[in-house]
Design a protein around this ligand. Structure first.
Ligand code: CMP
Length: 138
């Protein structure tokens, strides 16, 4: 079983979409291996998105990610990284396929409702950024 980090972003939490998104996650065969809510500081958001620090949207992204509560999840299943990215859809909801979470729920490229790790090394970093080993089951 592979693990990936998922975040339900402030726009999703604010619009009471936690239940609807978790239903899609569980419906696709993922096991929730860890879950908690958090209100990130901008400093924590900057550390998480450090790979994007040179991008023009870095300031807005980290302000937004610290603007309200988020749900942090470790998801487990076979091929979890790709399966979660497929379920989310394209980063920009304007490009997202029908039936994906971002197509159905995202507001725009910044308020795009969910995050997912993009590769095994980033999944390992992102999971350990928010969760200790004892908080993860399975
Ligand atoms: P996420 O998958 O969390 O990874 C980085 C985030 O930066 C991305 O989702 C978007 O929400 C946000 N972002 C804002 N502007 C852009 C952009 N122009 N290109 C890519 N990502 C962007």
């Amino acid at each position: 079983m592979e693990k990936t980090l998922a975040i339900l972003k402030p726009d999703a939490v604010e619009r009471n979409l936690i239940g609807k998104i978790l239903e899609r996650i569980e419906g696709k065969g993922f096991k929730v291996a860890a879950m908690k809510m958090a209100q990130l500081s901008q400093c924590e958001a900057k550390g998480f998105y450090d790979v994007h620090k040179e991008r023009p949207f870095f300031g807005d992204l980290t302000s937004y990610m610290s603007s309200g509560p988020v749900v942090l999840l470790v998801l487990s299943r076979d091929n979890a990284i790709k399966e979660w990215r497929d379920l989310m859809g394209a980063t920009n909801p304007a490009d997202a396929a029908e039936g994906t979470i971002r197509k159905d729920f995202a507001v725009n490229i910044e308020k795009n409702s969910t995050h997912g790790s993009d590769a095994p090394d980033t999944a390992a970093f992102e999971i350990s950024y928010f969760f200790s080993q004892t908080e993860i089951v399975g």
